[in-house]
Design a protein around this ligand. Structure first.
Ligand SMILES: C[S@@+](CC[C@H](N)C(=O)[O-])C[C@H]1O[C@@H](n2cnc3c(N)ncnc32)[C@H](O)[C@@H]1O
Length: 210
């Protein structure tokens, strides 16, 4: 059978099992979470703390800092950006925070969700491939016992490329935000309206670490 080499299909996110899943999130997708999903539900978060526990090169932690009073950024790997080096899944005493927000490594997403449930006071949010919503195992082990409060599906594609931000380009992978808010156990679905143009800034792509 001929291989499909269209650029969209070639950019599907597929990684070996031991990969760190080095796929930074374009900052506009984080601003979309706050402006279209979290703040309409909870109000401003400017008096609250947030932890980005898989911060990579800081492309999600930076826009989170535009909204939260305090943002702690950590990652298991040192990307040279000065963040705390910490395995989020390693049991240990950690300070509670109001929110945990991240793009978890895909193969560890469920563990990141379980761990976040134990640490976040008000809520936590994970950007995941929309395909993460499928699967009997995931339904039995996660969604039926700890359903998200909100599933927020992007209407625009969020382009994630290995190891860097890509201002242009396309992708065949659809993404959504899953948000758990304390006390909100009925899952609500929403679309994130087109917003990339409004939420994207040229400087978002000028901050790559060496
Ligand atoms: C998809 S990237 C997310 C990057 C960043 N959150 C963003 O959105 O730009 C996944 C990140 O998870 C980190 N990671 C993998 N396993 C981890 C663990 N056990 N604890 C903390 N970070 C981990 C990787 O080093 C990688 O930076």
């Amino acid at each position: 059978m001929a291989q499909n080499t269209s650029s969209a299909v070639m950019q599907q996110r597929s990684e070996p099992n031991d990969s760190l899943d080095d796929f930074p999130t374009p900052p506009w997708a984080t601003r979309a979470l706050l402006k279209h999903v979290i703040m309409p539900m909870t109000g401003p978060v400017s008096d609250q703390s947030c932890w980005e526990p898989a911060c990579n090169r800081g492309h999600m932690a930076r826009p989170l800092g535009e909204f939260f009073r305090e943002v702690v950024a950590s990652d298991v790997h040192d990307y040279g950006t000065g963040h705390v080096i910490l395995d989020f899944l390693f049991p240990g005493d950690v300070r509670k925070v109001d929110w945990i927000i991240t793009n978890p490594p895909f193969r560890l997403a469920q563990q990141f969700i379980d761990r976040s449930s134990q640490i976040a006071r008000h809520g936590f949010a994970m950007i995941v491939r929309s395909a993460f919503l499928e699967g009997v195992g995931r339904f039995n082990g996660l969604f039926s016992v700890n359903p998200p409060s909100i599933i927020a599906q992007f209407t625009e594609r969020v382009v994630m490329v290995k190891g860097r931000l890509e201002p242009k380009g396309s992708t065949a992978t659809a993404y959504c935000w899953l948000v758990w808010i304390d006390g909100e156990t009925d899952t609500r679905f929403q679309w994130i309206p087109p917003c990339r143009k409004r939420l994207e800034r040229p400087e978002d792509y000028q901050t790559e670490a060496a």
